[in-house]
Design a protein around this ligand. Structure first.
Ligand code: IDP
Length: 140
């Protein structure tokens, strides 16, 4: 199995509730390693750029407002099959549909305020990591 990297974001609903450590514990317990991390207040332009693929979706403006409503923690996670592994630990987008024991099932407030982001492919992971981190900030 290949060692991969993926981008994770702990969203504002989670930083607001001071549960970033609980979320990192889930990631680390699943075998993922935090190789870069920073806490940011996203600007509107940064959030719009990050979610540009969703620009035409009806929830886009609300999503951007939510993502800039408080600090986020952006992370690079490394491990075997990290993209799929992180998606598994996160659970489904809508917490109502998320499996028991997943981050979203246990912590998400709603389909929008769902506590975490994780890249959905290795290709997008590379793009999303480069969106937030310089190579020199990632220490494996
Ligand atoms: P993902 O985060 O599970 O990959 P995406 O479909 O890529 O899900 O959606 C990106 C983010 O947009 C979600 O994590 C969630 O915060 C928000 N979102 C997705 N669908 C809805 C919706 O139907 N209503 C409100 N927000 C949504």
């Amino acid at each position: 199995m290949a060692i991969e990297r993926t981008l994770s974001i702990i969203k504002p609903d989670a930083t607001r509730r001071n549960i970033t450590g609980k979320i990192v514990d889930r990631l680390e317990s699943a075998g993922l390693r935090v190789v870069a991390q920073k806490r940011l207040q996203l600007t509107q332009a940064q959030a719009e750029g990050f979610y540009a693929v969703h620009r035409e979706r009806p929830f886009f403006n609300d999503l951007v407002s939510f993502m800039i409503s408080g600090p986020v923690v952006v992370q690079v996670l490394e491990g075997e099959n990290a993209v799929a592994k992180n998606r598994e630990v996160m659970g489904a987008t809508n917490p109502a549909n998320a499996d028991a024991g997943t981050i979203r099932k246990d912590f998400a407030e709603s389909i929008e305020a769902n506590s975490v982001h994780g890249s959905d492919s290795a290709e997008n992971a590379a793009i999303e990591i480069a969106y937030f981190f310089a190579q020199t900030e990632i220490v494996g």
